[in-house]
Design a protein around this ligand. Sequence first.
Ligand SMILES: Nc1ncnc2c1ncn2[C@@H]1O[C@H](COP(=O)(O)OP(=O)(O)O)[C@@H](O)[C@H]1O
Ligand SMILES: [Mg+2]
Length: 299
Amino acid sequence: MSQVLFEKYRPQTFDKIIGNDEIINEIESTVKSGSIPHYLFYGTPGVGKTATTYVIQNVLTKMGLLDGFMEINASDERGIDTVRDKIKMFARIGGMERGKFKIIFLDEADSMLEDSQEALRKIMEKYSENCKFIISCNRIFKIIEAIQSRCTSYHFKPIGMEAGINMLEWIVKQEKGNVDSDYIKSIFEQSHGDMRKCINILQSSLAGNRRKLSEVFNTDTYDRIINSIVNGNLRQPLVDLNKLADDPRDIVQGLYNSVFEKDLKNSKEFYINLGELDRALSMGAIPKIQFAWFISKMV
Ligand SMILES: Nc1ncnc2c1ncn2[C@@H]1O[C@H](COP(=O)(O)OP(=O)(O)O)[C@@H](O)[C@H]1O
Ligand SMILES: [Mg+2]
């Protein structure tokens, strides 16, 4: 199995996109009317922001309305030069055929620097007639107000349990594989509605490499860290936390899960401080320092 399954099963039509039904229906009817506003899609990873953009591209291409599509991953190209040169160039040329327009898809736009966003805003304004932007990001507050106000924004929420599990079961069937329902359910529960993560874990399981989910999600490590904090250690849990390769927000989730499962005497204190930690990290604070702060509060 060489193909990456989450790409193989990327939806090609609106009806294949699961979850966020109202949003998807609204986008579908707008797209089918033949013109779109600038869009701003935000929400946690693996919930269909990029997939929806590609469906929009497909549908408009089939309708004969698209005059070009350019994708820029802003986390690779953060600087003002990209905006000035690449985007402006693309926005400016062509696209004058009657009724047709171009799309510039800016993925992970929350890593764009503020001056680039300012430059972007000007381009959006100037060329909005024949060039539409689809901006996708995890953290909406990193997008400057002037861009937000020019876009129709949609918050993509994590995929619901039933729809998510159905999709995973369906993939197993398509792949003629055999993965038991309990395992699929656990994959979903521990991925918190992130379908990319679910499908990746499912793929290794289908390839015969069925890993213990406690390893995939580092459950044992989180348990050890929480125990260590409860026992009053400052340094060891910090060392363990800093070793984890997970995304910082996933680490908070892992810690939360462990506290929840253990039902500790001081759960309340943990929850309050995990809340603070989560908030700080979502604002872009330095993870190592926030983890140290969190452990110091708890020991
Ligand atoms: N709403 C969804 N419906 C169907 N598949 C999805 C959905 N969200 C994610 N997926 C699956 O996960 C993969 C990654 O999703 P993507 O759209 O790239 O997420 P993101 O929200 O991070 O942009 C897709 O290629 C697809 O296989
Ligand atoms: Mg994406």
